[in-house]
Ligand binder design. Structure first.
Ligand code: CUA
Length: 425
């Protein structure tokens, strides 16, 4: 059954690709192959595959109806058209009251078409609603909370130390969800503010995150990979740039990642370094235009490899510069909103930054995580993501409507802060 369904999907995909060829001839090859980051046609997870098959069944049934109705319409139009000037003024043909056999036949055919679509639809709703019984015991539980405009991921079963005294709490990350490939994952969907929607096209469909309502989604990735996700419900100014990633790893690599993430934030022992060289690594800053897109195309080649490269520390780390950055993180009040476990940063309103250096993206999955983009973000977050909470801390407005002093950073301070954040692997 599975093989024949797979063949059905492959065959359907080719047929639709050919059918839409004239429409897409102006687009790039990936688009034509339907292999974009957020393609629902090239799927890599069980739930998305089942939904795709349902899509194809619906398309084929609609196509048959379209051909039949269109064919009869074309036939009638051609056969009974006016052939001469005399025909145009002819009396209408004798009017009948229909043919009971044809009418019953049409009702029967419509019911049949609906049943053909309804049966797999109901089946799909049941089988993709939650983790299958057989896999429930082994399923990984994740709690994902939507925030304007980023995603918080919590691992309730993975306790990580939160301070040097040994207190523990569930592991928390932001915007990049790491999961074991081939294992069922149940993502419990919550929100702290408005309605968001969790959409992960290549692995599963979309489910809304609604205030005061406990929703969930079931995902399972076929193999290790790097997947693009997106908020799919309008949620305010920066809805369109509220993104996330899911990175599926094999068991061994996943265990290593858990081990690394469960550590407190890195603290570098001071050691002599070539400061000029290290500083140059973080110094680049060109002026970005309002809302200019980030440089994220490098991922296209092999995003999973880009992610792996992020897991180990940079070569020319400048311990003194990083220490300055760490100090600035508290004096500039960044710690009021962000948590860095082990570095006395207790904030909870913003994303957890304990291991931010090991992520491939920043700013809610919008920008590539490199020194240039990090500096761009902390220089003026409001220009990247209009209306976000961090930008309010930069331009605070008093109760009298007049601006009061918000966060101000000099170029050197930005460089030190970026060095510090990048060191948090
Ligand atoms: Cu969150 Cu749209």
């Amino acid at each position: 059954m599975f093989t024949s369904l797979t063949k059905f999907s492959q065959w359907s995909r080719s047929a639709f690709a050919v059918a839409t060829l004239p429409l897409l001839s102006g687009c790039d090859l990936n688009f034509w192959r339907m292999e974009g980051h957020q393609s629902t046609i090239t799927v890599e997870g069980v739930v998305a595959r089942e939904q795709l098959q349902l899509f194809y069944i619906t398309c084929w049934v609609s196509l048959v109806i379209f051909v039949l109705v269109g064919g009869v319409l074309a036939y009638a139009t051609l056969k009974f058209r006016a052939r001469s000037a005399a025909d145009e003024h002819a009396e209408p043909p004798p009017q009948g009251h229909g043919n009971p056999l044809i009418e019953l036949g049409l009702i029967g055919a419509s019911v049949l078409a609906l049943v053909v679509i309804a049966v797999p639809t109901m089946q799909g709703i049941w089988s993709t609603y939650d983790v299958p019984e057989a896999e429930k015991k082994d399923a990984l539980q994740i709690t994902c909370t939507g925030n304007q405009w980023w995603f918080k991921f919590e691992y309730p079963s993975e306790l990580a130390p939160i301070n040097n005294a040994g207190a523990k709490a569930p592991l928390i990350t932001a915007n990049e969800l790491i999961i074991p490939a081939g294992r069922a994952v149940r993502v419990n969907l919550r929100t702290v503010d408005v309605i968001h929607s969790f959409w992960l096209p290549k692995l599963a469909g979309k489910v809304d995150m609604i205030p005061n309502r406990a929703n969930h989604i079931y995902i399972r990735a076929d193999h290790p990979g790097y997947y693009w996700g997106q908020c799919a419900e309008y949620c305010g100014d920066s809805h369109a740039v509220m993104r996330f990633r899911v990175i599926a790893l094999d068991q061994k690599e996943y265990a290593e990642w858990l081990e690394q993430q469960s550590q407190l934030a890195r603290t570098l022992a001071p050691r002599p370094t070539d400061t000029t060289q290290a500083k140059a690594q973080f110094a680049s800053l060109r002026s970005f235009k309002q809302n200019e897109t980030g440089v994220t195309d490098k991922f296209e080649i092999n995003p999973l490899e880009s992610w792996r490269a992020k897991q180990s520390p940079e070569k020319n780390e400048d311990a003194a510069l990083i220490a300055t950055g760490r100090q600035l993180f508290s004096t500039k009040a960044c710690l009021a909103c962000h948590n860095i476990r082990g570095h006395d940063a207790p904030g909870i309103t913003g994303p957890d930054l304990t291991h931010i250096g090991s992520r491939t993206t920043i700013a809610g999955g919008l920008l590539e995580n490199n020194s240039e983009q990090l500096r761009r973000w902390i220089h003026n977050p409001g220009a990247v993501k209009p209306g976000n909470k961090m930008s309010l801390a930069y331009a605070r407005i008093g109760q009298d409507g007049k601006p009061i002093d918000g966060i101000k950073l000099t170029g050197d301070e930005e460089v030190a802060l970026v060095a510090y954040l990048e060191s948090l692997k």
